[in-house]
Design a protein around this ligand. Sequence first.
Ligand code: AMP
Length: 179
Amino acid sequence: MAVAREALDRLVRDVQDFPEPGIVFKDIMPLLADHDGFRAVVLALAESGRDESGEVVVDKVIGMEARGFLVGAPVALALGAGFAPVRKAGKLPGPTHAVSYDLEYGTATLELHEDAVTPGDRVLLVDDVLATGGTARATADLVRRCGGTVVGVAVLMELGFLAGRDRLGDLAVDSLAVV
Ligand code: AMP
């Protein structure tokens, strides 16, 4: 965990006023480009899919578009779990469930294939940043519509000043860093 935190401190770049004025964008591309750093954060996130004895307690990992794909898929592999993407409206080819939600900047609709989660699946949500919590909340709704149970949310960073976890009710939120 200490290695993962150090990697986040060193390899996540703050980009001022992106994608619009007033937003400090957390750019994880330097982290992804560093094998040791990327590996450390993936293994640390995967801990959220295990119980105290180290046993895997999730069947599926869901990553939210788009950087949730980049961190969620390797977390799924590390856990021996399946992976499914939650995508913006109109991107998934099959029948989907859809939920509209608020972003830190703008609004959007997210979709999940109806058959991406099997009823009874235990699901871990993975993303790079938890901001207002709207994306994670909408994704949790989508999982429940499929009949799955959300085990928790695991993110690299939580923007503490936005208090996103307060919008997630009883959902367990693990963040490697609060920034
Ligand atoms: P939210 O729904 O407000 O919690 O926003 C989380 C989603 O928006 C995640 O998928 C993030 O990738 C993205 N996001 C929000 N704020 C930022 C930020 N400051 N830097 C990078 N990504 C962000």
